[in-house]
Design a protein around this ligand. Sequence first.
Ligand SMILES: Cc1cc2nc3c(=O)[nH]c(=O)nc-3n(C[C@H](O)[C@H](O)[C@H](O)COP(=O)(O)OP(=O)(O)OC[C@H]3O[C@@H](n4cnc5c(N)ncnc54)[C@H](O)[C@@H]3O)c2cc1C
Length: 487
Amino acid sequence: MKTWKCEVCGYIHNGDRAPDSCPACGADKDCFSPFEIITVDREPLTAGVWQCGVCNYLHRAAVPPSSCPVCSATASLFSPLHSPDAAYSGDNSISSIVVLGGGIAGLTAATEARRQSPHSAITLVSRERALPYYRLNLTRFLAGDITEDALQMQSQQWFEEQNIEFVSAEATSIDRELKLVHLRDGRRLGYDRLVLTNGAHPFIPPFPGATRNGVSVLRTIEDARSILQRLTPGIRIVCIGGGLLGLETAGALSRQGASVSVVEGFSSLLPRQLPPRAGAILQQRLETQGLQVLCGESVRELAGDESVQGVLLESGKLLPSDLVIVTAGVRPNSYLARQAGLTVHRGIIVDDRMVSSDPAILAAGDVTEHRGTLYGIWPAGYAQGMVAGCNAGGGKAEFTGLAPSTRIKVLDVDLFSCGQIHPEDASTTLHEHESDGVYRALFCRDGQLVGAVLYGDTKNAGFLKDIVESGRQISEFPGLAELFPQL
Ligand SMILES: Cc1cc2nc3c(=O)[nH]c(=O)nc-3n(C[C@H](O)[C@H](O)[C@H](O)COP(=O)(O)OP(=O)(O)OC[C@H]3O[C@@H](n4cnc5c(N)ncnc54)[C@H](O)[C@@H]3O)c2cc1C
């Protein structure tokens, strides 16, 4: 029996073969790679310790793992660690760890902290009532592809078995001097290490009319339930924002029988992930699925009375609508950190160990800014949560970055995008190729593959992602030239 990891959501599958599709996020078989379960213990490490050359993760076994569980680097990037005793110093002064935020970063941090620190008290605080769930699957839930039960990541029983206390409450402030988190219900939680994983919130641009009834966002399970309750046959919905979330939401609601339009300010779809040609191909495909897509349009006003009745565009077009969903990006929930005096720019500033400007406070996921990057994606929440949890529990791990990669769900479109799609300067070359409904683009700089897009056939996605993340020369991957002779 082998273990497989979904590269989209981190789901672990045990079996001789990868599953046909991921039961958690729906990604197809190609997104699975072999994975070795790591058991990290605190006994002195003697032999067979491997260190990931990308993120410094330590793996204790006779051979390195086929891919790093933290940053997905390939086995070849692991090297033997010669002075392992210093690696896991253990820290007996850590008896209490509070993780604030019950998303993927928080759950992963709590899980990893428990592995590092079997005896400390670990508390996971979330202001949502629900136990941690697959937020990235809310669009599949909206589409009716999965039930609400399938969203849950871990059960109450799992929390009990792990001896991690789940507290459903809102944190209102942090007292760094006394090392206390204050909760709205009056409780106070003491900590030796605090991990901030309180995520991000949807950004609603200040359009006139944005507070009318019928203007919604999609971030939580409550948002998804409330959108589903409003659905009636033929309901007219406008999604503002043609990014990943906007398109998946539009596709999901269209499948539920709504008449859906998408408004995107840029001249093509998924502007952060796709070159314009790929955005245009995607747009054509979505239009054949019945979506109305308007690119290069911006919103002047959300018109109506108490309730929204239409979206008025700067071009003068009016899109009649009974429900408007704003999918215009997210902003980190940095308020608590700012108020506590931590260094915050756009997100909480963290170093490679995911430590903030206060050595007792770490942070991970959408709330952070790491080396100037706000990732805002699931795999980064997972990887950063793992590193933050490991360090909070007394271990040593580093996160040095990820090549952002994207797969689209719900829309029945085979699309993969990874790495740098927008050239930083003129030294990046774009190799585009299109035939028989299959499109691919490779972005190269200084002899390296820095980004890739596949549409219509994504079976080489994992291979390309590994190359982009490795940062090695293209010439070291002879298989690449065979697959992509245009290089
Ligand atoms: C519908 C949808 C689809 C997505 N699809 C994809 C995808 O396909 N691929 C991808 O990579 N990414 C996707 N994303 C983005 C991805 O889900 C996020 O990057 C990820 O969930 C971030 O995880 P996080 O743990 O950092 O934050 P969050 O998931 O936002 O969790 C933060 C938690 O902190 C809690 N919290 C906040 N403030 C407080 C407080 N004061 N007190 C207590 N608790 C608090 C929140 O309630 C929440 O539980 C999607 C997002 C959405 C909404």
